[in-house]
Design a protein around this ligand. Structure first.
Ligand SMILES: C[S@@+](CC[C@H](N)C(=O)[O-])C[C@H]1O[C@@H](n2cnc3c(N)ncnc32)[C@H](O)[C@@H]1O
Length: 288
């Protein structure tokens, strides 16, 4: 067999070993990584949290009772005021309860991945909680979490207060105020480990509502639909201005009929500049 000497590797190689094959086998230079990436490639930020079964079924019987009490009250009050477009118990269970529960694993995973030790005693704020979604459901499923439900509409706050007393939850408080006001209030500003929001506003507006409430090192988690890439891309600047960066787009296979949903996870790296959030109404009128 004909051989030739490879000076680089200092070995004899068969002549059939072509230069192309040789180059292909050279170790690739390590890519330069920065975390989080400077130019966002959302595909590479996506992780999948697959749920083939219901999260609700994993709850204890007393937690299930609390959820049933809540759902009954929601449907009753919904006949008098507009709390949800969903009218049937099973639909509420699937569309609202499972959907809210589905963001728990991404919150837990990202909280630990971003350098925190434990997710047992989180201080959570749910901005634009409406009828208590996802905040009230999180409070039932995670009794160690302290949950603040922020809602600007008085009628919805009345329902929230009723639901909290009906379910006997002692880890929830209801705050009737606009998020922009709380973001400038020292009792709320940068006081929370995690801010969550679902179906409240587009991402760049949400960033200004939620990130000022999060402590440095905490997370902002937005529950969005199956294809939020464009919305997230146009919010990159607002997220950065608030002192945060996008950590992960977490594809969540919710048990709800909506199918795949996305939890957008942002990490707060530094304090939010004092001028944010701007006055109530400004984030929607003039999004960043
Ligand atoms: C469409 S509802 C969604 C409610 C709930 N998060 C859900 O998933 O069903 C949006 C809620 O956010 C509240 N909201 C909107 N902007 C707000 C703000 N700046 N501060 C506090 N609440 C706000 C509204 O009053 C409304 O109840």
């Amino acid at each position: 067999m004909l051989v030739f000497r490879c000076k680089i590797l200092n070995v004899n190689l068969p002549s059939s070993f072509s230069l192309g094959t040789f180059v292909k086998h050279l170790p690739l230079p390590k890519p330069k990584t920065s975390f989080p990436p400077q130019t966002l490639n959302f595909k590479s930020l996506t992780t999948y949290v697959t749920r083939s079964s219901s999260y609700f079924e994993t709850l204890s019987s007393s937690q299930k009772d609390q959820i049933h009490l809540y759902v009954d009250a929601l449907l009753q009050w919904n006949q008098k005021m507009n709390l949800t477009a969903v009218k049937e118990v099973n639909d509420v269970m699937e569309r609202h309860i499972e959907d809210s529960l589905a963001i728990i694993p991404p919150i837990q995973n990202s909280y630990i991945a971003s350098g925190n030790n434990s997710f047992d005693n989180l201080r959570i704020v749910d901005v634009g909680s409406g009828a208590g979604l996802p905040g009230l459901v999180l409070a039932v499923a995670c009794p160690g979490w302290e949950v603040t439900l922020v809602e600007s509409m008085n009628k919805r706050c009345l329902f929230l207060e009723h639901a909290v007393s009906l379910t006997g939850l002692s880890n929830v408080r209801v705050v009737r105020e606009r998020a922009e006001k709380l973001g400038q209030d020292s009792n709320f500003r940068e006081r929370f480990d995690v801010a969550v929001a679902r179906a409240v506003a587009e991402m760049k507006v949400l960033a200004e509502y939620c990130i000022p409430l999060v402590r440095v090192g905490g997370l902002f988690v937005a529950a969005k639909g199956h294809d939020p890439q464009e919305e997230v891309k146009s919010a990159e600047r607002a997220i950065k201005l608030m002192g945060a960066s996008i950590l992960q787009l977490c594809a969540v296979e919710s048990h709800s009929p909506h199918g795949q949903r996305t939890a957008i996870i942002c990490l707060k790296n530094g304090s939010t500049p004092r001028k944010y959030p701007r006055d109530p109404g400004t984030p929607t009128k003039a999004p960043l």
